[in-house]
Ligand binder design. Sequence first.
Ligand code: NI
Length: 266
Amino acid sequence: MTEETIQAAEPGIFDTHAHYDDEAFDCDREDLLAEMESAGIKRIVNVSSSLETTRSTARLAARYPFVYGTAGVHPDEVGELDEETFAWLEQRAQGEKIVAIGEIGLDYHWNVEEKDTQKKWFVRQLQLARKLSLPAVIHSREAAQDTLEIIKSEAEGVTCDLHCFSYGVELAREYLNRGHYLGIGGVITFKNGKKLKEVASYAPLDRILLETDCPYLAPEPNRGKRNSSLNLPLVVEELARLKGVSRERVIEATWENALCFYGMDA
Ligand code: NI
């Protein structure tokens, strides 16, 4: 083989957080994913949020070369965890193309599960990430203090993506100082997205991950509609404006960041 044939892929848009196994995509999943490459979307990580989606994510990753997956249980769903299902999760987390534990964390907005239950399984899943040397995708809603405390005490050696970052600059600084990444998506285009615009202006470009969280959180002018990775150029545009750099620079930097965070080759 010559040098040229083993060259790394050119940078493209990397969607670090999507849910293509969601039923919102049942009607056109295959056609939509077939469009990605020509639209410049080079890689997607499909993020699990339950035992069932840990299964469906692995199926998607097995089917599409550019799709990777995570294994993990969202705070709203941790009621389904016990020692037996946790052992199963640990096994699935070692599957092919599984690149992180997530999404895990705390959600005090809905409080579907007791806070103590949420904390217990957040800690256990962070410990699992450390054991398997995987990064962690973090969901934190209205739980700023407890999330930071748990990450401070339990995420030693585990790099975290604070997915859909919704807190202010002060907390962003805490996470950035500890080597973690901030996930930024459609909210940055919202008229009421001032806090996130401030965070994005503050955070170094080499610590920002592009994400959709699709089917949720479509950027303007598609707010409220079903989201997909095809909308990411709108997020890139706003990030480029805030950082005063070209769109190409944003795409290149966030591509490198995502490869680095997930420990992947180009
Ligand atoms: Ni999500």
